[in-house]
Design a protein around this ligand. Sequence first.
Ligand code: ATP
Ligand code: MG
Length: 536
Amino acid sequence: MASLLLRQQRVSALGVSRILQAVNGDSFRLQPESNCRTFASFGVIIRNYSSGKGTAKFDFTDLTRPHTWYPNARKKQRKVFLHVGPTNSGKTYHALKRLESSSSGVYCGPLRLLAWEVAERLNKARVPCDLITGQEKDEVDGAKHKAVTVEMADVTSDYECAVIDEIQMLGCKTRGFSFTRALLGIAADELHLCGDAAAVPLIQELLKVTGDDVQVRSYERLLPLVPLEVPLGSFSNIRTGDCIVSFSRKGIYKLKKKIETGGKHLCSVVYGSLPPETRTRQATMFNDASSEFDVLVASDAIGMGLNLNISRIIFSTMKKFDGLERRDLTVPEVKQIAGRAGRYGSKYPMGEVTCLDAEDLPLLHSSLKSASPTLQEDFLENAKLSENYFFANCEEMLKVAAVIDELPLSLQDKYLFCISPVDMNDEISSQGLTQFAENYAKKGLVRLKEIFSPGSLQVPKTHSALKELESIHKVLELYVWLSFRLDESFPDHELASSQKAICSMLIEEFLERLGFQNPTSRKLNSLMAKKRRQYI
Ligand SMILES: Nc1ncnc2c1ncn2[C@@H]1O[C@H](COP(=O)(O)OP(=O)(O)OP(=O)(O)O)[C@@H](O)[C@H]1O
Ligand SMILES: [Mg+2]
């Protein structure tokens, strides 16, 4: 099923006075009402066609036709190409070739790293391309192309060509609605969708009603991926080009330490809560053959679309805590991660994959042999929805809603805070959000200095200080995000951006110092200092 998100205010006692907006339908108008304390009551799903003048035609229940929410896209008969196949099979490559040769276009990816990679690539190919993510806007003179994270996709502009990468994510409970919105809403003559074949039947079904012309192109892996019969066993068997996978931050640093203690390798690290720019630099260092960082320790943050020079993936575990329980990795997860090994065009002729422990090998082998389960309708929770859709998981938003519900803010502002990139499970980050929202409600102006003293940042000395710095980075990132949307009320955009950059530099400094604890020779130290200068 494809995910949808709607925002709502509860219908008042009279039943008609509260106004709702379908977020997916950018054509709808929002009419916030005062004294509305109902924002935390997401969950009841209602849609309204607002006239903008107080009188409105209501259709509270019919959510069965989301494709009609995007009139711009519906004016076109789009040519839709579905590029499907396993990882590393050239799906994105072919879609990007088409994007590059079009007169205007947009690339929508699930990760900032991917959007960044595409903007780099197009600009290098002399196709000026803007980079737009929730937190950054890098505009290039004369650009007719954009590389964006899917949440930033614009459904009001016209493009010749659009690419939505990792389209199977439209089934994702938390972020899927943005993929659904992009799929139904982008007004492009040609729409290229790249991803897992598991999404084909659902997309064909969803696009039956749009009048688009849909073609499927299947790809084969460009380099073989070989599941090994033997586990890694000992860390002394680690070699250049290895990527060892762990799903916890703690686990990642433990592995890094173990490998570096051997004195032969230095490890780049990539995991979700690292600042994105740090992730990019760590990945770049690993990819650079002249860098001493020849081994990667990563979480599943590397699992989507990224091109890394990995020769062998080693699963340190086949279990992952998903917020509720520690469970086995799913077939698509194993395939996505394992598929990172053996990048076409790198120096490795094939990819290999294994586990640290022999007991995990059977699950690895069986997962790689299994077909990914197709995305399909598995429940009809709400009879008012068309059977191909389900509602987005709003849990994270509800946590924010609960915090800001009492504040005297307009519905629009409350909604903005609800969709902001805050990690409410992180104490510092959630305190940051609360304070921003409170100060904004009180004074309409939020100065960064009120909650943060510039100049106070230092290289962390302990893991808990590192964690704190990661959280501070999140708060600064939140400020930058808000400053893009409420620029007059959050005027310290430059300061927040520069402090954010310092934060990630300090984190990287810590990561590099970790690498110094063990290396054997002075020569290596001076090499590292040189590298560090290069990457700063
Ligand atoms: N025909 C080609 N010529 C040259 N390079 C190619 C070609 N096809 C793919 N590549 C390169 O191979 C690598 C993998 O391709 P790509 O990223 O398109 O794979 P993908 O199928 O999208 O994988 P994933 O599922 O991981 O996103 C990239 O570095 C890409 O530039
Ligand atoms: Mg890809």
